[in-house]
Design a protein around this ligand. Structure first.
Ligand code: SF4
Length: 818
């Protein structure tokens, strides 16, 4: 095999972290193409400056993919209008879009739930799916995985990832950018990749390099062996807590030490929660276990190729590289845990769970008889999410626990909505082969969909009686085997969500409450009145490991033989032309006006604060994914269109009219010139009418959460010119830049406390922007003027270009037309 050899370099490659070796190969392969130079190579070894990076492929999901396709379709129109060739707007590298974010768990608890939910999904999403089907025919290199196949990252790990590409005799590493923050899950099997904003992905698929700062690499040294009672979920929750405390935002993590203690599936669980610890990448180098996993999922031939290439080109784990920093984590100290109630890094050891939650209110609920319940009841128990349903150990543990519970005559409490939404059909295949599916079903965990579902907030309605009790002030909780638990993420009525392993999800469904001491209190009583404790039905590690062997190569082969086909997909109609046929009446898909946005020109004068925010504002706070309130600006707009089913913001991301109205939908703001309180959208429109520029002021970790590009597109359409924050989360900062919004960071964070948002702002020094520049901000209000400095959070010269052009899309199209 031919390859760009790292062996021949004059640098000390052996001491370079494995993840950076992949970047070196990327630079070597593109060296002297007019953009990539020897200096970029040096930058990697010296950990300084930036490099242009060319991913081998892009992955998208439908929430972020639909707007990306809308942009590409609008770009084709724009190029055609300007006399250019629209077919040049075309992905230059493979793009795979997995439809997984739209299914809602409307039906649950019966063998018909899956079909009913899928029918409802297709009905509600015809227009969006029609656009995607058009795109799969109109664009080269663009494939769509139809709904009902699974979750993007799980499918990527199990099938889509090439690990090593082999084309025309040339081998090179698979590298991937994904428009979803959990893209690093694939780092668990030796593929370098991370989440980016939809806007950056669009630029990359159009052949633009992705510019990145060379990151520091933190070696995460795993020591010891996990004790028999812990699950991969317990391990990842512990790692998340420790790494958040250490502070690894924006860095590459590379796992080292006793990696033999972890299967490739376990590694994928750990890599999945990389955004939760704040790092960009959580890389596991290729080793014997990776090769075994590739053999299982992709066959012997592929495994051999990967092994050969990785060994020949210094990418197979052997010697210990030098890391910029090191953190040690002792696996033997991991204990059974959950995380919550509102942040994934807030781990709670299971034994301390009861004392962490103090119920206050009691209410009576009539559901299969009358029950007195109190705060902390589990209203939703969901085995869901790519994080944990990708791991057979976790799923088999849940199924075995269900079997033992059923055999002891236990039932799920009547107020719990149960849900099972695996990330791939392989899961059901092995559960059925082992005869375990029926036990999960006996407890109400029927498959409701192969999709994100509850993990993205599509958990559907809770039991009606529970919703009423919540309306009376009862605090209900959710337990989910996912990776995020921000307030109301999983369900709009639930503020407290606990992340837990799949077997614990089943256990909590049986217990029916979160404030339980599993050591001392029984889960429930069997029909003979005997108490049953968690320890009585928790399967042993040996039992689970024994069954894990059943998961075989033929299952992956069978399930993935028809990944891009589906009878449901065949029913979706789509036009076949080069240009998309926009429907002016569509409430889901509209041609966006991004190409008409004015770029930032020089200093900002006389600006008002559109919204004044605190710390840790998430992308979900900025651009929610969940249900549209009929009384909100977006709800009113849709009702004026005559739309009854308002659906979710996530599903309507192809319609900018909905999305700009939904931006900051959960907040009220003040229109400062008159002091009136109103929605953020209404205020923005008033400022626009008056020709007043607007900015946002925020605290620490602005944009925490996801790669959601609408969290930047929405503010751009509302006229926001700059965001001044105490700090930014990585992906959101680059999304802001991608949309032409200037990120500025308080030089002295304490200044924010002197402001209240009522001031009029001048931002001076924006004429000659460069990364890291300090600019002056003057905030005036009657009787007080605050003058302070802010740092321009642009990281590379190309980002200055993006701001000057009004964002990446306008920059890319200007190059196409020239
Ligand atoms: Fe879907 Fe949740 Fe996985 Fe994101 S983390 S891809 S929402 S299942």
């Amino acid at each position: 095999i031919k390859f760009y050899s790292l062996n021949k370099l004059d640098y000390d490659v052996h001491s370079l972290p494995y993840s950076l070796r992949i970047l070196v190969e990327n630079v070597l392969r593109h060296l002297n193409n007019g953009i990539v130079t020897e200096e970029h190579l040096a930058n990697i070894f010296e950990r300084k400056g930036e490099i242009p990076f060319y991913p081998a492929r892009i992955i998208m999901q439908d929430y972020t993919g639909v707007p990306a396709v809308v942009d590409l379709a609008a770009m084709r129109d724009y190029v055609a209008e300007k006399g250019g060739d629209p077919s040049k707007v075309n992905p230059e590298i493979p793009v795979e879009l997995v439809i997984d974010h739209s299914l809602i768990v409307l039906y649950h608890g019966t063998k018909y739930s899956l079909e009913e939910n899928m029918k409802a999904e297709l009905n509600a999403n015809k227009e969006r799916y029609s656009l995607l089907k058009w795109a799969s025919k109109a664009f080269k290199n663009f494939r769509v995985v139809p709904p009902g196949k699974g979750i993007i990252h799980q499918i990527n790990v199990e099938h889509l990832a090439r690990i090593v590409f082999y084309e025309n005799g040339l081998a090179y590493p698979d590298t991937v950018l994904g428009t979803d923050s959990h893209t690093p899950m694939v780092n668990g099997i030796g593929v370098l990749g991370w989440g980016v904003g939809g806007i950056e992905a669009e630029a990359a698929l159009l052949g633009q390099p992705y510019y990145m700062r060379v990151p520091e690499v933190v070696g995460v040294v795993l020591e010891g062996e996990p004790s028999p009672e812990v699950t991969p979920t317990d391990i990842v929750l512990t790692i998340t807590e420790k790494l958040r405390k250490k502070g690894v935002v924006g860095k590459f993590l590379e796992y080292t030490g006793n990696l033999e203690a972890l299967s490739a599936f376990d590694r994928a669980v750990i890599a999945n929660m990389t955004p939760e610890n704040g790092a960009t990448v959580g890389y596991f180098p290729i080793d014997g276990e990776t090769i075994r996993f590739i053999e299982l999922t992709r066959g012997k031939k592929k495994a051999k190729l990967v092994e050969k290439y990785a060994k020949l080109n210094l990418m197979f784990r052997e010697e210990e590289p030098k890391y910029d920093d090191v953190v040690k984590i002792d696996l033997s100290k991991v204990e059974p845990s959950v995380a919550g109630p509102t942040h994934p890094e807030d781990r709670i050891p299971l034994k301390k769970l009861k004392e962490s939650f103090k119920p206050k209110k009691k209410v009576k609920i009539v559901l299969e008889g009358e029950h007195e319940v109190e705060d902390g009841i589990v209203a939703l128990a969901a085995i869901a999410s790519c994080t944990n349903t990708s791991n057979p150990f976790n799923i088999l543990a849940a199924a075995l626990l269900a079997k033992k519970a059923v055999e002891r005559g236990l039932k799920v409490k009547p107020w719990v909505k149960t849900s099972f939404t695996p990330g791939s059909r392989v899961v059901v295949k092995y559960l059925e082969n082992l005869g375990l599916m029926s036990y999960l079903e006996a407890l109400g965990f029927h498959v409701n969909g192969f999709a994100c579902a509850s993990c993205i907030g599509n958990s559907g309605p809770l039991k009606r009686e529970v919703e009423e009790a919540i309306g009376e002030g009862l605090v209900a909780t959710a337990v989910i085997s996912g990776n995020r638990n921000f307030r109301r993420r999983v369900n709009p009525l639930i503020e407290h969500t606990y992340l837990a392993s799949p077997p614990l999800v089943v256990a909590f469904a049986i217990a029916g409450r979160i404030n339980i001491d599993f050591e001392r209190e029984p889960l429930a009583y069997d029909p003979n009145g005997k108490p049953v404790y968690l320890r009585d039905i928790m399967p042993t590690r040996e039992e689970i490991k024994g069954l894990e062997k059943i998961v075989g190569e033929e299952m992956f082969k069978e399930i993935y033989s028809n990944l891009f086909e589906s009878p449901y997909w065949d029913m979706i109609k789509a036009n076949e032309g080069e240009l998309f046929e926009w429907d002016d009446k569509s409430s889901y898909i509209r041609k966006p006006p991004f190409f008409e946005l004015e770029p930032l020109k020089g200093d900002i004068k006389g600006a008002r604060v559109l919204v004044f925010l605190g710390d840790r504002i998430s992308t979900d706070d900025i651009s929610p994914a969940g249900k549209i309130d009929p009384e909100s600006p977006a709800g009113k707009y849709l009702r004026e269109l005559g739309v009854d089913n308002l659906h979710t913001y996530g599903a309507r991301r192809g319609n900018h009219e909905v999305m700009m109205r939904g931006t900051f939908a959960r907040f009220k703001t003040i229109y400062w010139p008159t002091g009136e309180e109103m929605s953020v959208y209404d205020a923005a429109m008033r400022y626009k009418q008056e020709g007043i520029p607007v900015i946002i002021i925020a605290g620490k970790q602005y944009g925490v959460g996801s790669s959601r590009d609408w969290a930047a597109k929405g503010p751009a359409l509302l006229g926001v010119k700059a965001v001044i924050a105490e700090s930014f989360e990585r992906i959101h900062r680059s999304n802001l830049v991608g949309m032409g919004i200037l990120p500025l960071q308080f030089k002295d964070p304490s200044v924010r406390k002197e402001l209240d948002g009522s001031e009029v702002y001048d931002i001076i020094g924006l004429d000659d922007l460069y990364p890291g520049k300090t600019v002056k901000v003057i905030a005036r209000k009657p009787g007080k003027t605050v003058e302070f400095e802010a740092i321009v959070r642009l990281e590379t010269p190309i980002e200055v270009e993006y701001i000057r052009h009004g964002g990446i899309l306008k920059y890319a199209v200007s190059r196409l037309l020239s």
